[in-house]
Design a protein. Structure first.
Length: 283
């Protein structure tokens, strides 16, 4: 497993696991637990969830899946809803999340998206949770460049360690201004849906002739190629979601893929990087 270093010095796996939609179907629970444990055994010790996912069922699933592992070897992430990201309510949400996940601290706690609560208030609450040892670091999700600039203008806002946003080969808008802005300040990108939700967010990804040819020559799947594309970015974490162990294993194997300069040029021609600012892509 490869790692990146966050602003506060914490080491984080470049490849982790998302849990959106996991934990909602009781009949799939054992299969999903097995999938998460397969990832952990392959070094994918970063697991991302949120209080919104399944109204807490995803957090509960994670807690059950990791209960027999050394907590120090895991990197657990959750997200607070914007309406809960203020005085009193953030603490209440975090405490509930900790109970669901069977842990006494999170490695990273994210504001899921911007809401009506002032950013300064959220930052103060996050900083308090760090001081109390309930979280080791905090960050944001679905923040565009102007949001990040506003955040960094707030006292303590520069402690934001991560911005989790949608990023995959078919959605490269962040490469124009947001990713360079974050790179310049050491804010890590956590890419959700790096496989474009198995291609559903952009159908042509999974049957594009260029991607088919490159993947075929390497004897990998197009999905593994898509993940390798995201993983080759510096200061970037990818969190693909799967409830099946075979798919998690395939994701883990994608860490071994090193795209050549020639392959990246071909991929860029087929799916060009943006040459202008666009609205942040969100699902």
């Amino acid at each position: 497993m490869e790692y990146i270093t966050l602003r506060n010095g914490m080491s984080v796996p470049k490849l982790g696991m998302g849990t959106w939609y996991l934990g909602e179907n009781l009949s799939a629970r054992e299969e999903e637990i097995h999938a998460l444990q397969t990832g952990i055994q392959n070094g994918m010790t970063l697991i991302d969830t949120a209080e919104m996912y399944g109204n807490g069922h995803s957090e509960q699933l994670v807690g059950q899946a990791v209960r027999d592992y050394d907590r120090k070897e895991l990197f657990l992430v959750s997200k607070v809803l914007p309406q809960n990201a203020g005085e009193n309510r953030l603490r209440r949400s975090l405490n509930h999340t900790l109970r669901m996940m069977r842990t006494n601290y999170l490695d990273l706690y994210l504001l899921h998206w911007r809401g009506s609560i002032p950013l300064a208030e959220t930052v103060r609450c996050m900083e308090e949770m760090v001081e109390e040892g309930k979280i080791r670091a905090w960050g944001v999700s679905n923040f565009d460049t102007d949001d990040m600039e506003e955040l960094f203008g707030i006292p303590g806002g520069e402690h934001c360690a991560v911005n989790q946003v949608l990023y995959h080969l078919g959605s490269r808008g962040i490469e124009y201004s947001l990713k360079p802005w974050m790179d310049a300040r050491g804010v890590a990108l956590m890419a959700y849906c790096p496989l474009a939700q198995a291609g559903m967010l952009r159908q042509e990804l999974l049957n594009h002739p260029v991607l088919d040819r490159i993947a075929g020559a390497r004897r990998i799947t197009v999905s593994q190629l898509l993940l390798a594309f995201v993983l080759h970015r510096e200061n970037t974490i990818a969190i693909p979601r799967s409830g099946k162990a075979v798919h998690v294993q395939a994701n883990a194997d994608a860490m071994k893929v090193r795209l050549s300069k020639e392959e990246l040029i071909e991929i860029d021609r087929a799916f060009p990087a943006p040459d202008h600012k666009s609205c942040l892509d969100i699902v």
